[in-house]
Design a protein. Structure first.
Length: 98
């Protein structure tokens, strides 16, 4: 596969185009369906064997899962790397249970 230049700007522009076409695309699931349908539409129009098309769909599905996993990890990383708050002084008396 080609090296892609994926960015927030590109995703936002594509999302805006889909939302312009259909108000229901405020839902990320609907937008995702449109984008998948566009890929299917493009592949469906290609002059290539059906098996090759199916193979490409499988490869793209695996690629999409890789991107989801990668972006999810990046999205969660800042929260996970936040250092714990510094310890505070405390005082108390502990008494064992009788």
């Amino acid at each position: 596969m080609s090296e892609l230049k994926l960015s927030h700007e590109l995703v936002n522009e594509l999302t805006a185009i889909v939302k312009k076409h259909d108000d229901k695309a405020d839902d990320p699931g609907v937008t995702s369906q449109y984008l998948c349908a566009v890929v299917g539409f493009l592949l469906g129009q290609q002059d290539m064997p059906t098996e090759r098309k199916k193979s490409l769909v499988d490869e793209l599905g695996a690629f999409m899962q890789h991107v989801v996993d990668d972006v999810s990890r990046q999205h969660q990383a800042p929260a996970a790397s936040t250092p714990p708050p510094p310890p505070q002084d405390a005082f108390g008396i502990w008494k064992p249970k009788s």
